[in-house]
Design a protein around this ligand. Structure first.
Ligand code: FAD
Length: 275
């Protein structure tokens, strides 16, 4: 595919750099093709009640006694034909089959046969302001990209302009996202100062006047890196007789990938029980 340098650096690096949390654009081409096709086929949305609704609505389909919360698993060991699953509080239960559906690093810690690959990280600053203080372009449900690479913000959006449920009446919620922050070289105050300069460049003098910082989320293990070597290192769904793996590190780094991987694991478990 022949894409001009301006398209690659001005759009692809910031847009897909934000999707894959990797501005190197080193993500495997098959992964790029798949995600590109999902953007082409569907709408880009946020759940009105927040991301937490996805697991909540899936959990609501199951009887409550089938789910144990706040019970981190500390070990899984084969015990005869079963698996002994021990939780951090010392409780142990035996199961015929196990689906290990944690993040990549936790899965590796519980079973070193599952490769731990590199992570891509993300930093989001959430700001609030009175609607009247919001620069005009941010009233649109638009994703703003850093096509220059000057940073520090890679992409920005006013979430309450996308979904009004994200802020109380009369207020706006703005998310400023960074893919790479060199915390060794950058203090919070210098980062904030650079953010103000960048937003003034994008939206005019005083763009952030009256904005209040609500919180900063720094997620070091945000997405598994998805370079070609990482794709080849993905685990298969069934790693042992009765032992299955699910999660975005098995398929692709997205909610869709995690759900697809869960579906594959559940089908494999059914085949295993009916074998
Ligand atoms: C800021 C950010 C924005 C994102 N935006 C999008 C987006 O817009 N669209 C999209 O498709 N994807 C997005 N993603 C990626 C998406 O969130 C992940 O790909 C997806 O959540 C992975 O799901 P998972 O079930 O594989 O892992 P996780 O969501 O990490 O779930 C694993 C679960 O395992 C639990 N766990 C870990 N260790 C143990 C243990 N020892 N015992 C018991 N439980 C354990 C954890 O508490 C966690 O609940 C985003 C990610 C981030 C960080």
């Amino acid at each position: 595919m022949d894409l001009g340098i301006a398209t690659v650096d001005g759009f692809m690096r910031s847009f897909f750099g934000g999707v894959f949390l990797d501005r190197t654009l080193g993500t495997d081409f098959s992964q790029f093709q798949y995600i590109f096709s999902t953007f082409a086929r569907g709408q880009t949305v946020v759940p009105a009640l927040g991301m937490g609704e996805i697991p909540k609505q899936i959990a609501a389909l199951l009887p409550a006694e089938r789910i144990r919360l706040r019970a981190p698993v500390s070990s899984i060991a084969r015990r005869g034909k079963s698996f002994a699953v021990r939780t951090a509080n010392g409780n142990e239960s035996l199961f015929d089959a196990v689906v290990l559906a944690t993040d990549m690093s936790a899965a590796h810690a519980l079973d070193p046969r599952i490769n731990a690959r590199a992570w891509c990280s993300n930093v989001t600053f959430y700001w609030a302001c009175d609607v009247g203080r919001l620069p005009a372009p941010l009233h649109q449900p638009t994703l703003f990209l850093d096509g220059t690479g000057d940073g520090p913000v890679n992409h920005a959006a006013c979430l309450s302009s996308v979904a009004p449920e994200y802020a109380p009446a009369g207020q706006s919620l703005i998310a400023l996202n960074m893919v790479e922050v060199d915390w060794a070289a950058e203090s919070m105050s210098s980062l904030t100062a650079r953010m103000v300069v960048q937003m003034e460049r994008w939206f005019g003098t005083g763009a952030m006047r009256g904005w209040r910082l609500l919180r900063m989320d720094r997620i070091v293990r945000a997405l598994p890196r998805q370079h070609t070597a990482d794709i080849h290192a993905r685990p298969s769904t069934e790693i042992d007789d009765g032992m299955f793996v699910a999660g975005d590190h098995v398929t692709d780094g997205s909610i869709d990938g995690a759900v697809r991987s869960g579906t594959l694991a559940s089908e494999a478990v059914l085949r295993w029980f009916n074998r």
